[in-house]
Design a protein around this ligand. Structure first.
Ligand SMILES: Cc1cc2nc3c(=O)[nH]c(=O)nc-3n(C[C@H](O)[C@H](O)[C@H](O)COP(=O)(O)OP(=O)(O)OC[C@H]3O[C@@H](n4cnc5c(N)ncnc54)[C@H](O)[C@@H]3O)c2cc1C
Length: 366
């Protein structure tokens, strides 16, 4: 059978896009790689996060806001049809600061962005005492926080599960253990896999995360992406300790406190290190001293997928029209946008969002 779309990569980006396409009545086949693949979608921090995004590109801030605004409806629909609660809590999130100076400097940057966004950037600044009223467990070393009201968090593993279930329920095909080695275009696309099989489709979305480094140039993309390691820790399940998430720690829907994440340029190495984990733990204890007594139950490393400027890439191939590169470093945040709005862009419908600033043209050598 020929699909309307072959999606290469069954992480959060591929599955949310597949789901959106299926809901428009299109036929979709998802090809996902083998167990040795890097999978950011299974190792991330779960934030649905607006603040700090797009400081130098307001359209990215807007795109994150559009996604954040669509998240509740997206999560509710997925929950209703699959019976799986994806654990969304979207009551705001904090950027915690340990000094007045860094808090003030960030607030100044947010004020510039707010102006560039026509005022739509709902944040407030909390000094230590105001923050303590919201978060009684906060430590004395925290000077204050920026509370951004569009932020929240979800359970990424439950989200993946719900999307995979519903992609299948909607008639989509997910082929696991299918490493794509080659893509050719004649009338249709022919997508070849390492096991000798191939599938045909009218269009192709390359959402293979770090796999796009190899496949992208073969399909006419620059795909200038790189890995960046993030190490993460999680504690035993605890009674309610943290009300809202921050970039330092969040209490997940099941009770554990997730602590993260490092930002390390170490190539394709996703191991954890003692200095990395100790640094995370020390910062988390400074923010929430009660964590000093918590048992750590697990740690892991995962690789972010970063473009040179940190923004997503949405690009149709100049050499293979009908093939699209879709990649980003905030796939949880953007899951709702990829499910709800990206299909209009892929189908070039009237409702297509303007994603011009995210094209690969911005990486052209001048
Ligand atoms: C430590 C850490 C913390 C993060 N925190 C957040 C956060 O709080 N909020 C947020 O929004 N984002 C966060 N992210 C980013 C987020 O996890 C990623 O943006 C998202 O998971 C990317 O999804 P993806 O589907 O593009 O890639 P992946 O999840 O990596 O999936 C790519 C898929 O492509 C498949 N593949 C690769 N090559 C091939 C091939 N040749 N053929 C077939 N299939 C192939 C792989 O098998 C894999 O399943 C974080 C990431 C990390 C590492």
């Amino acid at each position: 059978m020929t699909s309307d779309y072959a999606i290469i990569g069954g992480g959060i980006v591929g599955l949310s896009t597949a789901w959106g396409l299926l809901k428009r009545g299109l036929r979709v086949t998802v090809l996902d790689g083998d167990d040795g693949s890097f999978r950011a979608s299974r190792g991330n921090f779960g934030l649905v996060w607006v603040q700090s995004k797009g400081m130098n590109q307001p359209r990215y801030a807007q795109w994150s806001q559009e996604s954040a605004a669509a998240w509740a409806d997206f999560a509710n629909e997925l929950g209703d049809v699959t019976g799986r609660d994806v654990g969304l809590a979207q009551n705001g999130g904090y950027d915690l600061h340990f000094s007045e100076e860094s808090l003030e400097a960030t607030v100044a940057q947010y004020n510039v962005l707010k102006e560039n966004l026509g005022g739509n950037y709902p944040f407030e600044v909390l000094g230590h005492n105001a923050l303590r009223r919201e978060e009684p467990a906060i430590g004395p070393r925290v000077a204050g926080a920026i509370l951004h009201h569009q932020d929240g968090h979800a359970n990424p593993l439950k989200l993946l599960r719900a999307l995979a279930d519903d992609v299948r329920r909607l008639g989509g095909v997910i082929l696991n253990g299918k490493t794509v080695t080659d893509v050719e275009k004649t009338d249709l696309f022919c997508i070849r896999c390492s096991d000798g099989s191939d599938i045909r489709s009218r269009k192709v979305v390359l959402s293979a995360g770090l796999g796009a480094i190899t496949l992208g140039p073969m399909m006419g993309f620059k795909a200038p992406i790189r890995p960046q390691r993030g190490q993460v820790l999680i504690t035993e399940k605890l009674p309610k300790l943290i009300n809202r998430p921050s970039l330092i720690a969040r209490q997940v829907d099941e009770g554990g406190i997730q602590i993260g994440a490092t930002n390390e340029e170490v190539g394709l190495d996703d191991h954890v290190t003692q200095p990395g984990l100790s640094g995370l733990a020390a910062e988390a204890v400074a923010a929430f001293p009660a964590l000093a007594k918590a048992q750590l139950v697990r740690s892991w490393g995962a690789l972010r997928i970063l473009s040179p400027d940190g923004l997503p890439i949405y690009q149709e191939s100049p050499t293979m029209p009908g093939a699209y590169l879709v990649t980003c470093h905030s796939g949880i945040t953007l899951a709702a946008a990829h499910a709800r709005f990206l299909p209009d862009w892929l189908e070039a419908s009237e409702a297509a969002p303007n994603l011009e600033v995210f094209s690969e043209d911005r990486f052209a050598v001048s």
